[in-house]
Structures are given as C-alpha cells and as structure tokens.
Design a protein around this ligand. Structure first.
Ligand SMILES: Cc1cc2nc3c(=O)[nH]c(=O)nc-3n(C[C@H](O)[C@H](O)[C@H](O)COP(=O)(O)OP(=O)(O)OC[C@H]3O[C@@H](n4cnc5c(N)ncnc54)[C@H](O)[C@@H]3O)c2cc1C
Length: 195
C-alpha cells in the first residue's frame, strides 16, 4: 500500500499510527535535505564528543552481555530475529551512546547489518535522536535509566524472561558499568565537548 493510502486510513482510525508514519516521513525529509547526516552529527558541535572507541565493550553490547537485562533482551532479539521493538531500540541505543559513550555510528552500522527493516533515514534519525546529536530539541542530559525503562515497559518481565532466560542466576553477568557513574560521565563528557 502507498504511504498516502496508509496516512488516509490512519487519519480515520488511529492518531498514534499516524504519528509513527509522520516520524518516517520526517527522517526521510531530514536525510534528503541534510545528506551529511549519514556520516556526521546533525548538530555539528556534537562531532566534538570524544567517543570511547572500546571494542571489547562494544562487543558485549552486540552480544547482549551488558548485565542490563532489558538491553540484553533487545540485542539478543535483534541477533536472533532481525527485529526489535521501537522502545527497546531507543533503550539499547541510549545505553551504547550514553552509558558506554561509544560512537552512535558503530551502533547504527550494527543495526544496519542486522535489522530486516533496515532503512537509512529512520535508522540514522533514531540513532542521532538517542545520542542527542540529531534534530531532537531535548537536551543531551536525557539519559535513559534501563532498569526504570524495564519496570515501566516490561512490568511482568515477560520480554526479559523470553530473551534472557538465565537472568537472576549466577550465569548472568554483573552490570558492565554502574548506572549512576555512567550517567554522570556521559553528562560531563557532553558538557565539556560542547563548551
Ligand atoms: C535507534 C533506532 C533505529 C531505527 N532503525 C530503523 C530502521 O532501520 N528502519 C525502520 O524502518 N525503522 C527504524 N526505526 C524506527 C522504528 O523503530 C521502526 O520503524 C518500528 O519499530 C517498526 O515497527 P513496526 O513495523 O511494528 O511499526 P509500527 O510501530 O506499527 O509503526 C508503523 C510504521 O511507522 C513507521 N515508524 C514507526 N515508528 C517510527 C520511528 N520511531 N521512526 C521512524 N518511523 C517509524 C515505520 O515505517 C513503521 O513500520 C529505528 C528506531 C530507533 C530508535
């Protein structure tokens, strides 16, 4: 079905669905008018952030071994199926860019390799949104708390149980970085880089 047919149906039926379609169009428009976002931050000042190019930490994130169950569930779902729900995409992307201070382009490239619905403009827009380098008006000091996100969006723990069956046993890794420390490090690093 064409996007126009879908938008018309959405207007009749469901505002939330219409909003999601608007996000899709928005990021396509951003990419078309700002092709430099493929390689660079939409907000150029954010290219000054000194990312930690830590390959071992990146690998833990890729494999779903961070010790944060909602992050690990998302990454394991992605690796197994090529899909991840939008909320979890936001959580894992925030974790990589803020908690681990790893370049959003590494995460973007990993998603591009794994996602069956990979699409350059939405992927790039989603990653720059999470890293705070993009079109979003929110200040960079929004750092998702993965545990609070899990409590809110996976209340019964069903999603975590499905993808991280060893959670709660001695086989599950300890958090690779402490939340409070990581949050403060991210905010401080962004603050210094942006001057
Ligand atoms: C870090 C990150 C990376 C992403 N990478 C991609 C990607 O490579 N390809 C991709 O298609 N989407 C991407 N998205 C957007 C979104 O996660 C997916 O479109 C959505 O999860 C698809 O699920 P669905 O088909 O059930 O869509 P629904 O939730 O049913 O929404 C219907 C349609 O609306 C559009 N849509 C919904 N949410 C968004 C959104 N946040 N941004 C843009 N369009 C949206 C999509 O075309 C989607 O198929 C990304 C989001 C984030 C945060």
């Amino acid at each position: 079905m064409s996007i126009r047919q879908l938008a018309k149906k959405a207007q009749e039926l469901n505002d939330t669905y219409l909003n999601e379609l608007i996000w899709r169009e928005f990021y396509m428009m951003i990419l078309a008018h700002n092709p430099q976002v493929v390689d660079a931050a939409f907000k150029p000042a954010y290219d000054q952030i000194p990312w930690r190019h830590d390959e071992a930490d990146f690998e833990k994130w890729c494999q779903g071994q961070t010790g944060y169950p909602i992050v690990d569930a998302g990454m394991r779902e992605l690796n197994a199926t090529g899909y991840m729900h939008n909320r979890v995409r936001m959580i894992v992307a925030s974790f990589l860019t803020k908690h681990l201070l790893i370049d959003w382009r590494w995460g973007e490239a990993y998603f591009a390799k794994k996602l069956l619905d990979f699409e350059l403009s939405s992927n790039n827009g989603g990653w720059q949104w999470a890293a705070g380098t993009g079109t979003d008006a929110q200040p960079y000091f929004r750092v998702f708390n993965p545990s609070a996100q899990a409590d809110k969006f996976d209340k019964e723990g069903a999603y975590i149980k499905k993808w991280v069956p060893e959670y709660g046993t001695s086989k599950y890794p300890k958090p690779m970085v402490e939340h409070k420390f990581a949050r403060e490090r991210a905010i401080q690093t962004y603050k210094e880089a942006l001057g």
